[in-house]
Design a protein around this ligand. Structure first.
Ligand code: BTN
Length: 247
């Protein structure tokens, strides 16, 4: 067990899911901020019942922190903004964008995903996977993926985690001092597809409209022909623009 600032870090050799490990831990602690990371994750879970493939050299970790129910929305944006900042700091010229609600894209491909779950008591679990060295290449992938190594960023999982936590602490402090509005404005300035047409896959339908922003709880605001719709959960896609070729 070691500490990164006030975060107690436990780097395990192999786990089913780091989220499950933090969930177990949260039954026996109060107040502490904990992180469990793993060298191998064999049963990683993704959003909306999907799985997360655990390839060697990549980063799998979960943060556990006590969090008021009303602040959960803010945590998503604090975490993804911190991932954005960590990657962008490695190479300020890289195209790093945020995809609602909690993916990070590098050169239009997904490099990181997040699964938020509730632990015991007031514990919130923020589970994050970052493709550091390699990305899954399956035809069945919902969205094209990449890794930092494939995009020319040379780092390792623990160095990345340490920088991420520093950034998380800074954005958390901004949120405490200035509130969600400040976080939201910065998040939107890095969001892919703002003010453009997007398609959102919901459980039973797809809806398209103009991505006009997020509300105070982090819901996506979509302007459709039937008015503004608030989306609480879904998968965002960007329509392919047809290329005009002059011959
Ligand atoms: C997604 O994009 O669908 C979310 C993926 C979240 C994966 C991470 S890896 C660490 C943590 N443990 C899990 O089982 N899932 C999250």
């Amino acid at each position: 067990m070691e500490y990164i600032g006030e975060w107690m870090l436990h780097d395990m050799e192999e786990v089913g899911s780091t989220n499950d490990e933090v969930k177990k831990l949260s039954a026996n602690i109060t107040g502490e901020k904990v992180i469990i990371s793993a060298q191998r994750q064999i049963n990683g879970r993704g959003r909306r019942g999907r799985s997360w493939i655990g390839l060697d050299g990549n980063l799998f970790f979960s943060q556990g922190l006590e969090c008021n129910l009303n602040a959960i929305g803010a945590m998503v944006f604090i975490s993804t903004l911190s991932l954005w900042r960590t990657i962008q700091d490695f190479n300020p010229l890289l195209k790093v964008e945020l995809k609602w609600p909690n993916d990070v894209l590098v050169n239009n491909k997904k490099v990181s995903g997040m699964l938020l779950e509730k632990g015991e008591g007031d514990y919130l679990i923020i589970g994050i996977g970052v493709n550091i060295k390699i990305s899954p290449k399956l035809v069945s992938m919902l969205y094209p993926c990449t890794s930092l190594a494939e995009e020319g960023v040379d780092t390792d999982r623990i160095s990345f985690l340490q920088s991420y936590i520093e950034n998380f602490n800074s954005y958390y402090a901004i949120w405490e001092q200035k509130g969600f509005e400040q976080i939201k404005t910065e998040w939107l300035s890095h969001a892919k597809g703002l003010k453009s047409e997007i398609i959102v896959h919901l459980d039973n339908e797809d809806i398209s409209g103009i991505f006009t922003g997020i509300d105070e709880n982090g819901s996506l605001l979509l302007t459709t022909e039937h008015g503004i719709k608030k989306i609480y959960a879904g998968d965002v896609f960007y329509p392919q623009r047809k290329q005009v070729v002059n011959e």
